[in-house]
Design a binder for this molecule. Structure first.
Ligand code: ADP
Ligand code: MG
Length: 401
């Protein structure tokens, strides 16, 4: 297994796999504490094939000795596919892995399959764009970015000129430049086996993720399949086409789409778990354990049986807090006392520097899962819990920082 993820590792062990984990330095502590008896090969960058091969060589582990090579993560997906192919192990097909990582290749395949997707071009450098010739707004992003990092909505030629300036030194590129899609953003999570979408969860973000740049929250309400049959059927058919176009036939997926006037436009897809608490939400609402389904697909085992799902509607949000150094941080028990709150995790403590939430969508001070009787109630409760937390955290006065 390349890259660390504790539920993924435990799922592989559950199916009796003898696992060698290749991990980067930032996961060493967690991996060794959660799996003290496993073989961990530490490399500077677990997405880099050269470093993985060198790490395995240092550990005297032969690359052709593996039956399976897998990752549940986003970065190492191409490295894992390449190593599987090279070592004649079972793993993801290399062209599917590239299509799941590279946003330009992915959108081209989806467009060629006749599915709705934003128009895109790929300048090598931003300075190659002729700002006067573009139809604004446009979205500019890295080809293999994540968490909305270095992603910008650009409204006119002057904004583009300032972005060209920002990314001039050191030069960065190539870039993906897309037509701006109107509509509300959804995330679609589930399982695909032999090209058939077997489990599907559709959630609506409270705000489109890019709105983190202007103080937006990252969170969503899981939409009820019985109340949204048309949306679920459109999502199922879009995803079936998309997964076929990119060649991702067996595994899990996390995709995004825009919804406008009841119609869906594809945005992106990864062969991985959704961020934050998405896997907890899917387990709660559909009884589908995405880590276990990932492990089953990776090991070529049949899909599992879903557990009894909860009938309650649910949603989640990443908690934010005022900028600065935290002084008082409430207890998780206080969050759990908020209406509908069933799970709470806080990741800041007094003395912590509060992260910059506008930098990336995975920046958070914590996360909650909220349940309710209706999608609207879940939405209201989740936003209320986020607002409560944000005002309950106090930060040190600037002179004491
Ligand atoms: N073409 C687009 N039109 C409108 N909004 C977009 C477009 N592309 C990206 N966004 C916004 O930017 C966010 C980040 O872009 P995305 O392509 O999802 O990259 P990643 O999540 O890998 O950083 C999206 O969640 C969405 O809110
Ligand atoms: Mg995205």
């Amino acid at each position: 297994m390349i890259g660390w993820n504790t539920p993924a590792f435990l799922a592989l062990k559950e199916h009796h796999a003898d696992v060698v984990s290749v991990i980067g330095p930032r996961h060493v502590r967690r991996a060794k504490s959660h799996a003290p008896d496993a073989t961990h090969v530490v490399v500077p960058d677990d997405g880099d094939v050269e470093q993985i091969l060198a790490g395995l060589a240092r550990a005297e582990i032969a690359i052709d000795g593996f039956d399976f090579v897998c990752t549940i993560g986003e970065w190492p997906i191409v490295a894992a596919a390449l190593l599987a192919e090279h070592g004649k192990a079972v793993g993801m097909n290399l062209s599917a892995a590239i299509a799941l990582r590279d946003k330009f290749v992915q959108k081209r395949l989806v467009r060629e399959a006749g599915l709705p997707v934003a128009g895109a071009q790929m300048p090598d450098l931003l300075s190659d764009l002729d700002g006067e010739q573009l139809t604004y707004p446009i979205v500019i992003k890295p080809l293999t970015g994540a968490g909305s990092q270095d992603t910008h909505v650009v409204s006119d030629a002057a904004e583009l000129a300032s972005l060209v300036e920002t990314y001039q030194q050191p030069p960065r590129g190539p870039w993906l430049v897309e037509e701006f899609m109107e509509g509300e953003e959804l995330h679609l999570d589930g399982v695909v086996r032999a090209g058939v979408v077997r489990a599907l969860s559709v959630s609506r973000y409270f705000q489109n993720v890019i709105d983190i740049k202007s103080g937006g929250l990252v969170g969503s309400v899981l939409l009820d399949p019985n109340e949204n049959p048309d949306l679920y059927s459109k999502a199922q058919s879009l995803l079936t086409g998309v997964l076929d176009a990119v060649g991702h036939e067996d595994g899990i997926f996390h995709a995004e789409a825009f919804e406008k006037d009841g119609e869906l436009t594809f945005s992106e897809v990864g062969g991985r778990l959704g961020g934050g608490v998405v896997q907890d939400i899917v387990l709660r609402r559909f009884g589908v354990d995405l880590s276990d389904e990932w492990a089953r697909a990776a090991l070529g085992l049949p899909p599992g049986e879903p557990a009894e799902p909860s009938k309650e509607q649910c949603g989640w949000v990443h908690l934010q807090a005022p900028a600065g150094v935290a002084e008082h941080v409430p207890d998780e028990s206080e969050l759990l006392a908020q209406p509908g709150c069933v799970e709470a995790a806080i990741s800041i403590a007094p003395g912590s520097q509060i992260p910059s939430f506008s930098a990336a969508s995975n920046m958070k001070a914590g996360a909650v899962i909220i349940v309710g009787d209706s999608e609207e109630q879940v939405r209201e409760r989740t936003l209320a819990a986020a607002a409560w937390f944000s005002q309950a955290v106090t930060v040190q006065a600037p002179e004491t920082v």
